[in-house]
Design a protein around this ligand. Structure first.
Ligand SMILES: C[S@@+](CC[C@H](N)C(=O)[O-])C[C@H]1O[C@@H](n2cnc3c(N)ncnc32)[C@H](O)[C@@H]1O
Length: 412
């Protein structure tokens, strides 16, 4: 007989729009992970699921013995078939969304003493798997990346309006994530008005955000803390090279700390155009941009005999999967080699990876190899991580994605 979930339906009529929540039974190994607050269940870990389940439907997750593990939503089209929203039994309704968004907003208020831009909701790390919300000086840029979150769309927007009272909400959902969920791309103004340009401040440094044409939701907020740490190394007369600069986050901070000259390298013209706007916004005249492939630029600069006192290497993720890790490691190694060859003695180099599949240890191992090859002696000045508005939950290894090392090239 097909399983219809009825035998163990303990759903409550007050769950979203009075729907009955069906039970989905997962295997023992997955149950153990969920019991330790891991919020995902993969498609091959489901033992029993009612046949008439709809894409994105709210469900109750149970162990093989039928004990409650969590409430979440399901999408059998996705490899991550179940995403848990609550590890306690409770309705997933407007009150739930308002509570989670209020808590997330409250937690960010400490950071907001020094900036008016931050990530408000970081998906599962804020118990809202599939939702990303960034705040830019009164405006919100949001991503609704899963079918389950899509079903909660109106509740999410009402909760955001109630808690944050933004002047406008713009949707910039991630096309890749949505495609994996069988959803179309969506983008546009959801409420209020969104100006073409919004100016935000990070410890007094000004950046212009163009939500409609930027990468991600507008700005690489996750690097905020690292921009501050890295730029604190700038000394008098420093020549700075910011590779994969995007809109100039690291370079502009460095220029304001007294660098003599800053070069920003990126392959994206819109990003560099905005970087030039950012330089002007901060009254800087010593920031140059170069539209180029990073590897070509680094090789060319070496041949021309250019050398730098501070170099930032912040590439896009070279791998999104474990299987392509090998190729990615080679790419990071090549990058570090090219960077080290351009670094002056006693200079600083910040080397990042934003791939979950590359560890801090990987970065250091690669750096040690590159140091040997370039006859460099490296000191680790700081370990660098995503800023705390992008929380890292220890029970969710995937939530730790941005890592870096700030090195200093010591004299032999
Ligand atoms: C992780 S983001 C850098 C964020 C930036 N450091 C910041 O703090 O705003 C990676 C950047 O690399 C750029 N990029 C991607 N491939 C590139 C390539 N082959 N050469 C140069 N830039 C590239 C992208 O346009 C993007 O701006």
């Amino acid at each position: 007989m097909p399983y219809n979930g009825n035998s163990i339906v303990r759903g409550k009529a007050d769950f979203m729009k009075g729907q009955i929540i069906k039970d989905v039974i997962i295997n023992k190994a997955a149950s153990e992970k969920v019991a330790r607050f891991f919020p995902w269940v993969y498609d091959n870990e489901i033992l029993r699921c009612p046949q008439d389940i709809r894409r994105g439907e709210l469900i109750k997750v149970c162990s093989p013995s039928g004990s409650f593990l969590g409430v979440g939503y399901i999408n059998l089209k996705s490899t991550i078939a179940v995403r848990i929203l609550s590890f306690v039994e409770r309705p997933i309704d407007g009150a739930f969304l308002t509570e989670k968004i209020s808590k997330a907003w409250e937690r960010r208020q400490g950071l907001m003493r020094h900036t008016n831009a931050c990530r408000v909701v970081h998906s599962e790390a804020d118990d809202l798997s599939g939702l990303v919300v960034d705040y830019y000086n009164g405006y919100l840029s949001i991503q609704i990346n899963t079918a389950g979150m899509e079903n909660l769309r109106s509740g999410i927007i009402s909760a955001l309006e109630r808690v944050i009272q933004p002047r406008g909400i713009y949707e910039r959902s991630d096309a890749r994530s949505r495609a994996k969920e069988g959803l179309d791309t969506t983008e546009g103004v959801l409420s209020g008005e969104i100006p073409d340009e919004i100016v935000v401040e990070e410890k007094g440094v000004r950046f212009c955000i163009r939500m409609r044409e930027s990468q991600k939701t507008g700005f690489y907020l996750d690097q905020r803390r690292n921009r501050e740490i890295v730029s604190s190394c700038v000394g008098e007369g420093f020549r700075v090279l910011d590779v994969f600069s995007n809109t100039g986050g690291f370079g502009i901070h460095a220029a304001l700390r007294g660098a003599a000259a800053v070069t920003l390298v990126d392959v994206s013209s819109p990003a560099l155009d905005l970087a030039a706007v950012n330089a002007r916004l901060n009254g800087l005249k010593n920031v140059a941009t170069a539209k180029a492939d990073a590897f070509d630029y680094l090789d060319g600069a070496f041949k021309k005999g250019k050398r730098f006192d501070l170099i930032v290497l912040d590439p896009p993720s070279f791998t999104k999967t474990k299987s392509s890790r090998g190729g990615a490691l080679k790419g990071y190694r090549r990058l570090m080699l090219a960077g080290l060859r351009l670094l002056k003695p006693e200079g600083y180099l910040a080397f990042f990876s934003c791939s979950h599949h590359i560890s801090l240890e990987d970065l250091k191992r690669i750096s040690l190899d590159a140091a040997e090859e370039t006859d460099s002696r490296l000191e680790v000045v700081e370990h660098l991580f995503q800023d705390r508005d992008h929380p890292y939950m220890i029970s969710i290894p995937q939530s730790f994605y941005l890592k870096g090392v700030l090195f200093r090239k010591s004299l032999p």
